[in-house]
Design a protein around this ligand. Structure first.
Ligand code: UT7
Length: 329
């Protein structure tokens, strides 16, 4: 019997209509368009503004887009994994809420927390279910409503993040399409540089935690930058080496969209010209777990069956990794 691999057979995505531009931010904090563009590569990001809306309202249209494109019934889905650090609630999981909204009532689901590397961790997990032969249709979502954890009076972070979601469908392939290899890493040293302090079991929510702004995301940008720039480039190079590939064998590099300077460094390290790198940070900013699948969603019409694609991420935790896929449709 031939080996089963997990092919991506459809991609869906969703970004909210409301744009928050650099010029809007100039009116909110002490910043300017030129600084933001030259230091990060971002011009605008999307924000989910509707009152009462949450991460599941980003993930739900992304999954519906995917199911319509693939022409399948929600009841056919076996499993839903949602990578997010901004779940609707601590529990139930956002995967369950999305499954309910979409009608994927035969699926089991759960959330996976690995910050900006969440989609890669979830993709590798979902692929293992398919490779085992046990499940036939797994939906992997990357979704974050980052605007829900950002302090819009603090210029360091509010210029970076945006809201969005995208999802892929994994199905068995006996022709070798899909996830080929993954290197995933984490190191708790990162907990002091990128975190939300309040609201967990360490510092449950109180009036004091709210007044101290402990429910907002905190990032020591410079330190994270140093770890990210080597972490993402090293792991991508290691993945290519162990698969006996060079940049010339790769059709596309899909890096996490945190900072254009980190993206450039990763591309150089693996020998990929910038024309073969998916970049949408200028339009969406950093959408955490959604950046990589949003790139696949944006570029899907340019992808050819059999293309070798490297996905690479670095994020809170720290977490980082790279995944090699052979495009499946
Ligand atoms: O996705 C998860 C992983 N996250 C990342 O990979 C993000 C990694 N970090 C970064 O992308 C960058 O560190 C940032 C974009 C967050 C910051 O860029 P930076 O080049 O590291 O700037 P910095 O923090 O070193 O600040 C440089 C200067 C400072 O002024 P002085 O001290 O040199 O006078 C800041 O106060 O820029 C100032 N600054 C700003 N100026 C205008 C900081 N934020 C802003 C701002 N507008 N928004």
């Amino acid at each position: 019997m031939s080996k089963i691999t997990a092919a991506i057979t459809a991609v869906g995505g969703f970004v909210p209509e409301t744009k928050l531009t650099n010029f809007d931010l100039e009116k909110m904090v002490d910043t300017n368009d030129e600084w933001i563009r030259t230091r990060t590569g971002i011009s605008e990001r999307r924000i989910l503004r509707e009152p009462g809306s949450a991460t599941s309202d980003l993930g739900t249209p992304a999954v519906l887009d995917l199911l319509i494109k693939r022409g399948i019934d929600p009841l056919e889905i076996d499993c839903v994994i949602c990578a997010t650090v901004t779940p609707d609630m601590f529990f139930p999981s956002t995967a369950n809420i999305i499954s309910h909204k979409v009608g994927m009532s035969n699926a089991f689901g759960y959330d996976l927390s690995a910050a900006c590397s969440g989609f890669l961790f979830a993709l590798t997990t979902g692929a293992s279910y398919i490779e085992s032969g046990r499940y036939k249709k797994v939906v992997v979502i990357g979704a974050d409503k980052m605007s829900s954890i950002i302090d819009y009076t603090e210029r360091n972070n509010c210029i970076i993040f945006g809201d969005g979601a995208a999802a892929v469908l994994l199905e068995p392939s006996t022709d070798g399409y899909g996830v080929q290899d993954s290197i995933l890493k984490s190191d708790g040293v990162g907990k002091d540089f990128l975190y939300i302090k309040g609201g967990g079991s360490l510092r449950p929510s109180t009036v004091e935690t709210v007044l101290a702004k402990e429910h907002y995301m905190h990032q020591e940008g410079k330190t994270v930058f140093k770890y990210a720039v080597t972490g993402m480039a090293d792991v991508s190079a290691e993945l290519l080496e162990r698969n006996n590939l060079t940049g010339e064998d790769i059709a596309w590099l899909v890096p996490h969209q945190a900072n254009l300077r980190i993206i450039d460094a990763t591309a150089k390290r693996v020998g990929m010209p910038i024309e073969k790198v998916m970049i949408n940070i200028d339009r969406y900013g950093n959408t955490t777990a959604a950046t990589i699948p949003l790139c696949l969603w944006d570029w899907q019409d340019k992808l050819n069956k059999g293309d070798n694609i490297v996905l690479a991420a670095f994020g809170g935790g720290f977490t980082w990794g790279a995944t090699l896929i052979k495009w499946g449709f």
